[in-house]
Design a protein around this ligand. Structure first.
Ligand code: ADP
Ligand code: TRP
Length: 320
């Protein structure tokens, strides 16, 4: 079974990205042969500065490896290192009805936000289908927002198979339904667009300061507090084990503990949690060549697989 997923290089990673997405990608390595790539072609569908994009791609690679990606097991690579994927995109584009793409929520959402769409944004799902189909992937772990893109991928694969013979595999999405939304400093979903994030890596003082900014109510120190409506407690649960969570819950209820204190403890826990990953990251940053070597190695394997599929596809379509 081949598992594949792609991540967009979106800049500094925060706790929401880690618990919502990275951990799932890292866990999936145990379940089968895994391909994971950085979707840098997809990043171009949004306004992007070349220097920033390059930096973000490197950043996301370093952070993933630091957070536990086993690059011996997982084929980890950059989308642009396999140009065959754009070749397949063209062939699939010629089988994809415009009306199918017009129905995509991600596209309609952007239009609703008054984004002037470029053709890349419109055909985003065809490139994504190509990413998946070129590696004959069976399972694709994604967030709920990507479910429709997987449906489109299966439709496109079926159009291809109907016309040219059963060559492409129809993939299944893997969506973790119980995946909790990580809340940000203000209690809304943690997101760069709300400016309420806590970064995974960075300067200790700056990160501590972020924790101190978590919004709480104004219950006085001595009074009993409700852990279940508290933004600090919500984050505490991500890091603490069951017995630590229970103890903290009782301390909230008992009164006598200020929010400042709870924030400090949360910060300490988070800082310790990411310590081994921070150390690994510092090592990698000292040797950026290692990161490039890992991506190049991944690209060689991925490209081999992609070329085999492209040969079959071109032959089937009368292009060889
Ligand atoms: P942002 O909202 O900060 O721009 P992205 O949209 O780049 O984050 O998210 C990248 C990945 O991280 C997606 O798979 C998304 O589902 C996951 N993710 C982002 N924020 C959260 C969050 N607060 N809780 C859970 N998962 C999240
Ligand atoms: N569209 C995905 C996202 O926004 C990223 C992505 C691109 C992807 N190609 C993919 C995910 C292929 C899974 C498989 O998160």
């Amino acid at each position: 079974m081949r598992i594949l997923s792609g991540i967009k290089p979106t800049g500094t990673l925060h706790l929401g990205n880690y618990f919502g997405m990275m951990r799932q990608c890292i866990d999936m390595q145990k379940k089968g042969e895994t391909y994971l790539f950085i979707a840098d072609y997809h990043a171009l569908t949004q306004p992007s500065d070349p220097g920033v994009l390059k930096q973000n791609v490197f950043q996301v690679a370093v952070d993933f490896i630091a957070c536990g990606l086993d690059t011996e097991k997982t084929v980890f690579f950059k989308q642009t290192d396999v140009p065959e994927v754009t070749e397949l995109t063209w062939i699939l584009s010629c089988l994809t009805p415009v009306s199918l793409l017009e129905r995509c929520h991600s596209y309609k959402d952007k239009i609703a936000k008054n984004v002037t769409p470029n053709n890349g944004l419109f055909t985003y799902p065809v490139l994504m289908a190509s990413d998946i189909l070129i590696y004959k992937s069976n399972v694709v772990p994604v967030g709920k927002d990507q479910k429709q893109h997987l449906e489109v991928t299966r439709d496109i694969a079926q159009f291809f198979n109907n016309k040219y013979g059963d060559l492409l595999i129809l993939p299944k999405e893997m969506i973790q339904e119980d995946l909790a939304i990580v809340t940000g400093l203000d209690g809304r979903k943690m997101s760069k667009s709300y400016d309420n994030t806590i970064e995974i890596f960075g300067d200790k003082k700056k990160i501590r300061k972020k924790f101190m900014k978590i919004v709480t109510d104004s219950t006085p120190v001595e009074e009993s507090k409700n852990p279940d409506t508290c933004n600090v407690f919500a984050l505490y649960k991500l890091f603490a084990n069951d017995s630590e969570v229970e103890t903290m819950r009782e301390r909230y209820r008992a009164g006598g503990m200020g929010y400042g204190h709870a924030k400090q403890e949360l910060f300490e826990l988070c800082w310790e949690y990411f310590r081994p990953m921070r150390d690994k990251r510092a090592e990698l940053l000292k040797n950026p060549g290692t990161v490039h070597e890992i991506l190049n190695r991944g690209a060689r394997v991925a490209r081999n697989t992609a070329r085999t599929t492209m040969d079959e596809v071109k032959h089937a379509a009368g292009l060889s």
